[in-house]
Design a binder for this molecule. Structure first.
Ligand code: 4FV
Length: 254
């Protein structure tokens, strides 16, 4: 998969390209990653990429010409790539969207700065608008890194095991189960016995219960959106019965 990032701060990406899973994915040619400096497509002597906003008011806007020049250069380089503008106006980014994007040949990621980009760019040069969250950043660069990170780890082999991302949070619409590693005893806390049992079926069941409980307590909204399978219904039913027993227990009799 090929990533091209359009930005006026290409150096921000050097540390990102050169660490961890992203660095290894580049070395193993699972992905290619490059930047295009939008300033290089500003035709004036000072390579200006922003200007005052029509209609008055504070803040500057990214000029259409340098952006268009950079986008056309990028799509020339990656003709089958999708062009993405990172903006609070965009569709909320989530794991299913990451999975979708991971099936693309390439992505051209456009990083705005200032108040945003001239609207006329969005009409014919932008395929998708994506937002990483309902807050305002100083630039789209961090959002681009988040998209590249979440998409790259879904590329087979990028995480090491071919399908290492399969048990991710959100992969089955639930939060991930609790994880433990050595030491077996830490400050008086033991690792759950079942995880030491080697009994894979029991371990899988424990992990499903852990995922369900964490999702119920931390993100009940996810459970409401999820189509529950038989095993999940049995577990939630068991908990409901436990809770019913507690509620029915007449504490006054004690
Ligand atoms: C943003 C977001 C974001 C808005 C103006 C860059 C900034 C500046 N991008 N998800 N939230 N972008 O705040 O993607 O141009």
């Amino acid at each position: 998969m090929d990533f091209v990032v359009l930005t006026i701060f290409p150096d921000m990406f050097d540390p990102f390209w050169n660490h961890g899973i992203i660095r290894r994915a580049i070395e193993q040619k699972k992905i290619s990653a490059s930047t295009i400096n939008i300033r290089d497509y500003a035709r004036d002597r000072h390579q200006v990429t922003d200007d005052k906003t029509y209609g008055g008011g504070s803040g500057m806007v990214m000029k259409p010409e340098p952006l268009a020049g950079a986008i056309r250069a990028a799509t020339q380089k990656l003709p089958t790539a999708g062009s993405v503008l990172l903006t609070p106006q965009g569709k909320p980014f989530h794991q299913n969207m990451a999975r979708e994007l991971a099936s693309f040949d390439g992505l051209v990621l456009i990083c705005g700065r200032y108040e945003g980009v001239d609207e006329r760019i969005c009409h014919d040069l932008i395929d998708y608008e994506i937002s990483i969250g309902d807050y305002v950043l100083t630039g789209g660069e961090l959002a681009a890194m988040i998209i590249i990170d979440a998409v790259t780890r879904l590329i087979p082999g990028a995480l090491g095991g071919e399908n290492a991302a399969e048990n991710d949070s959100f992969s089955n619409g639930l939060l991930e189960h609790a994880h433990y590693t050595r030491p077996q005893r830490y400050e008086g806390q033991e690792v759950p016995e079942v995880l030491l049992s080697g009994h894979h079926q029991e371990i899988e069941r424990w992990r499903l219960e852990s995922s369900l409980m964490r999702t119920l307590l931390k993100r009940p909204d996810l459970l409401q959106q999820k189509r529950l399978n038989q095993q999940e219904i049995i577990i939630l039913d068991k908990w409901r019965n436990e809770i019913d027993k507690v509620l029915k227990f007449d504490h006054k009799k004690r």
